[in-house]
Design a protein around this ligand. Structure first.
Ligand code: ADP
Length: 609
């Protein structure tokens, strides 16, 4: 090229920079990502050409970053495809510059909505955010092509002339502005390469030291990757995370392109649910740590990488939310995860059970938030049981349906040694154990999905089997009242309390004088309240006290109540009630002092000579 070509875009400098700066302000660093990924694309293109055409390019492809602190210049050089003068005209002057122009017009038209950013290829242009002057020296791989020098000091006007460059490829030189001295630093540049370009398929050097790792494991064929490799990669991405439970290798070509590896981390605490661990890539270029819009919330507990080549690099949140591709991808991932869980289950039910503790929160959370996930994984719901087993809900149901009369008994894990459980166990009945906050939602959810199953807390009603119907005495006295009626009456007269209902029943456990039952709906409401930070005390006042007519203590009380010692009997009634409240865990702590006082009096009574 002998003549110099000049041109400008029609947008004024005063217009374009404040707007683009606003966008880039928080993430100025991304110009590195843009320029290096352009360089990597140029190399990938040449690699492809060398497969099909005669091209003597050699194989020593590389990208070099270098800087000169005194001159304040940063260079990014590749030995890729290069550009002819026509190509610079087309790709830089027309495409890169005109998309900047279009961007500004659109931005002003839309009142500056940031979501439109993702639609513009402003990649190359981003270097003007840190530079007072930019030059491109480039030479196409084509034989006999001559090198071109392009330069622009303003980002709106450019000039082109021939260049002395003798080697194939492109070298971009940035004359950094006064605010951008931080990029004249090897450590900083290496850090940025590692962050954004770690997995680009070409070696990237900063002052001759390789800065990227270069093997995106997710792009390899799943069959060729060993478990060790998967584990090693997991620990490379997330140091000190230990071994993952299992992983899913995503590899889709149609109807959309998607690659990635998602790991199930070991999750012990519900808190982990909020930790985001999925890194989003676009053609191996890191885009963001926040793939929340791409996968349903429950899947953000997974860790790993997702690479979607057809997403624009500068994706904004709202862009992702509205993108139909994103919805399809999300549904695909959900399906794959459920498939993987089913596979793991089929491979070894025992192993699955062993890992259940660690994946249960994720599975439950997933089912609660995503119906499709529930449908695909509903055979994989396990619970610990009061017999010390871990059973599939389905298996618990089949095993216990008849003797439970269509109920699923459940209790908190912390209550395994309660009198309710003892009563239940003594009749050979089995309960499932729930242990986390999510379970109170999950139980309701399971009920809504399985109308046959009625979930009943062990302390909300007594299981039929616990009441000794056969041996219940029906002998009546002169007033036509049974012993049970008398006991009930005496307790009712002694314990007058709003919301308290009293019943007398012959329970099959002689050692238990009484139990408190809390209606299922009250218990659920109070748990919801607890989650909302409210004290559930008032709700808990509505409960039933079941007096065991077969208890020796209760019978003694009845005996005392008829004679001169009815005060003593009243005190004992109160103590029986207190004990039942205590073992039901709904004892109101504000009454503790009263309780101690009452008990002391009772004991004084008892110890009196
Ligand atoms: P995008 O990369 O989104 O297409 P850019 O503004 O970053 O937009 O680049 C515009 C075009 O300039 C690229 O598509 C490519 O054809 C060309 N280009 C940019 N950098 C290089 C390079 N290092 N080598 C060869 N061509 C390049």
């Amino acid at each position: 090229m002998s003549e110099e070509i000049k041109g400008r875009i029609s947008v004024e400098t005063e217009n374009i920079f404040p707007i683009i700066k606003k966008w880039l302000y928080s993430e100025k660093d991304i110009f590195i990502r843009e320029l290096v990924s352009n360089a990597s694309d140029a190399i990938t293109k040449l690699r492809k050409i060398s497969l099909s055409e005669e091209f003597e390019g050699g194989s020593d492809y590389r990208i070099d970053l270098d800087f000169d602190q005194e001159k304040r210049i940063l260079t990014i050089e590749d030995n890729g495809i290069g550009m002819s003068s026509e190509e610079v005209q087309k790709y830089i002057n027309q495409i890169a510059f005109s998309s900047a122009e279009e961007f500004v017009k659109k931005f002003q038209g839309e009142g500056g909505k940031p979501e439109i950013i993702g639609h513009f290829g402003l990649g190359f242009y981003s270097c003007f955010m840190v530079s007072t002057k930019v030059t491109i020296e480039t030479k196409s791989y084509k034989k006999d092509s001559s090198a071109v020098l392009w330069e622009s000091e303003s980002g709106t006007e450019f000039a082109m002339r021939s260049s002395e460059k003798t080697t194939r490829g492109t070298k971009i030189t940035l004359y950094l502005d006064a605010d951008s001295g931080e990029y004249l630093d090897q450590w900083k540049l290496k850090e940025l390469i590692r962050k954004y370009c770690d997995f680009l398929p070409v070696a990237i050097f900063v002052k001759n030291e390789q800065a990227n790792k270069q093997t995106p494991l997710w792009s390899e064929t799943p069959a060729s990757v060993t478990k060790e490799k998967y584990d090693e990669f997991y620990n490379y991405l997330f140091p000190f995370s230990g071994e993952p439970l299992f992983y899913v290798h995503l590899n889709v070509d149609y109807p959309f392109r998607l690659q990635g590896i998602l790991y199930f981390p070991k999750l012990k605490h519900e808190l982990d649910v909020n930790q985001s661990g999925i890194k989003l890539y676009c053609n191996h270029v890191f885009v963001s740590d926040d793939a929340n819009e791409l996968v349903p919330k429950f899947l953000t507990v997974l860790k790993g990488t997702i690479d979607i080549p057809d997403l624009p690099l500068n994706v904004s949140r709202s862009y992702l939310q509205s993108d139909p591709l994103v919805k399809k991808i999300s549904a695909h991932i959900v399906k794959k995860i459920a498939d993987r869980l089913n596979e793991e289950f089929k491979k070894s039910e025992e192993n699955f059970r062993k890992n259940w503790d660690e994946i249960s929160i994720f599975v439950k959370y997933g089912m609660l938030t995503d119906d499709k996930f529930y449908d695909a994984a509903k055979d994989l719901i396990f619970f610990k049981t009061s017999n010390g087993e871990i059973l599939r809900l389905e298996d618990y149901w089949i095993k216990n349906k008849d003797q439970n009369h269509g109920k699923v008994f459940y209790a908190n894990e912390s209550e395994t040694s309660s009198i309710y459980m003892d009563l239940l166990k003594s009749q050979g009945l089995e309960a499932i154990l729930v242990d986390s906050r999510i379970d109170s939602h999950f139980v309701q959810f399971l009920e809504s999905k399985n109308p046959d199953m009625k979930f009943q807390r062990v302390d909300s009603e007594l299981a039929d089997g616990v009441i000794d119907k056969e041996n219940s005495s029906s002998i009546v006295d002169a007033d036509n009242k049974t012993e049970g009626d008398r006991i009930q009456e005496f307790f009712e007269n002694t314990l007058k309390r709003d919301g308290l209902e009293i019943k007398a029943e012959p329970l099959k456990a002689d050692g238990v004088p009484a139990v408190v039952l809390l209606p299922e709906h009250m218990r659920r409401l109070s748990e919801m309240n607890l989650m909302g930070g409210q004290k559930p005390t008032d709700l808990l006042k509505n409960h039933t006290l079941v007096i065991n007519t077969r208890s020796g203590l209760v019978r003694n009380i009845l005996g005392l109540s008829k004679g001169t010692e009815s005060i003593k009997a009243q005190r004992l009634v109160r103590t029986v009630y207190d004990m039942a409240l205590l073992s039901s865990k709904i004892f109101d702590e504000s009454e503790f002092a009263e309780y101690i006082k009452r008990t002391t009096e009772t004991l004084e009574d008892l110890s009196a000579p």
